[in-house]
Design a protein around this ligand. Structure first.
Ligand code: KG4
Ligand code: ZN
Length: 337
């Protein structure tokens, strides 16, 4: 069965064709990052317009790259939540039009659950139950998964998502956008123990990254910055590489400790990661070490399937279709989850 997946939840216009829920026949991702870079973050109105312009050609390309014609598509899957509402609507409208014109079923897919499904596209031995960590620009959540479409949320961030913290810290340090890959690279030249970072842990499954972000702001620009008083700058100020490495280490430690704890509590043998921040080299390294130490089998997708893509949407869409969980032409976009 050939499933066409469509993804427009944030700043990537993507389409892909997946056969049988696991074999990626094509995957096209048109990023808008250059349009948003000058603003230091995603501008929703610009994102919507760019999606509307790109969606047609991106879908055509995905179908052609798969060596197929539109009538060869058996089911259309589309991200319907969560994301920027206007951006989601472009994908949902395109998917509905295609499904109607082709007379094929449509399946609405949750973007966060699809990030976990990405593992199933590339790891033949990926199995359930498992504990999965989704770390992206918009979300940081831990799940206990019984199947590709059966997830129980164990914990989530109370404030910033991990990727959002990376992006905001890069902005504070004047490093550019998106911040995650830049900090990842810079941190390799820094000492992660050089700068003290807050490491709060109440023993539960939730995350909080606003404290580390504020710590970076104060260490870099001075305490009291933005409070109408003269900022007190540390003397000497930290090296930017050390600050980046110390920040990254604090975020990574929080992600690893909660994930390991949840996996131990739930008694699973498998642990998974997904989402853009799962590209982070230090996170992969420390998660590898921690999982090996406890005997968990760890899964994460290759870089191009960690960041937003439509192959994960087509994959999970197929699984939902097989479970009989189709949508219809009344499918709507929902901004939150
Ligand atoms: O999953 P994704 O592509 O989009 C959302 O669903 O949000 O994730 C994008 C996020 C951005 O915040 C970006 O800075 C972060 O993933 N990211 C990274 C790395 N590569 C991308 N964060 C840390 N280290 C990386 N290497
Ligand atoms: Zn995402």
């Amino acid at each position: 069965m050939n499933c066409l997946g469509i993804e427009t939840s944030c700043d990537e216009t993507a389409a892909a064709v997946v056969r049988g829920g696991r074999e990626i026949l094509s995957s096209v991702v048109r990023t808008q990052v250059d349009l948003h870079r000058v603003f230091g973050g995603v501008v929703p109105e610009i994102a919507c317009r760019a999606h509307a312009e790109a969606i047609g050609p991106v879908v055509e390309r995905a179908v052609a790259d798969a060596g197929l014609k539109l009538p060869d598509i058996d089911v259309v899957a589309v991200t319907c939540q969560p994301g920027l509402i206007g951006a989601l609507l472009v994908g949902v409208s395109a998917a509905k039009s295609l499904a109607w014109a082709l007379g094929k079923p449509i399946v609405g897919v949750d973007h966060i659950e699809a990030h976990l499904y990405a593992n199933r596209l590339v790891h033949a031995d990926f199995a359930y139950p498992n504990v999965g960590l989704v770390v992206s620009g918009g979300h940081t959540s831990l799940y206990y998964s019984r199947g590709p479409a059966d997830h129980e949320r164990l914990g989530a961030t109370r404030d910033d998502a991990a990727g959002e913290a990376f992006d905001k810290v890069a902005k504070i340090l004047g490093l550019g956008y998106p911040g995650g890959p830049i900090i990842d690279k810079l941190a390799r030249q820094g000492n992660a123990k050089a700068v003290d970072m807050p490491r709060l842990d109440d023993g539960g499954p939730d995350f909080s990254f606003s404290g580390v972000k504020t710590a970076v702001l104060y260490k870099w620009k001075g305490q009291n910055v933005g409070k109408g008083r003269k900022p007190k700058v540390a003397v000497p100020p930290p090296r930017i590489e050390d600050l980046a490495a110390s920040f990254q280490e604090a975020v990574v430690d929080a992600l690893v400790s909660r994930t390991m704890r949840a996996a131990e509590t739930r008694g699973v043998a498998q642990v998974a990661m997904g989402g853009g921040v799962a590209c982070n080299s230090r996170l992969r390294e420390k998660m590898d070490e921690a999982s090996a130490k406890r005997g968990f089998k760890l899964f994460y997708p290759p870089l191009n399937l960690c960041t937003d893509n439509a192959a994960m949407i087509a994959g999970l869409g197929t699984a939902l279709f097989e479970l009989g969980r189709m949508s219809n032409l009344e499918l709507d976009a929902v901004a939150t989850r």
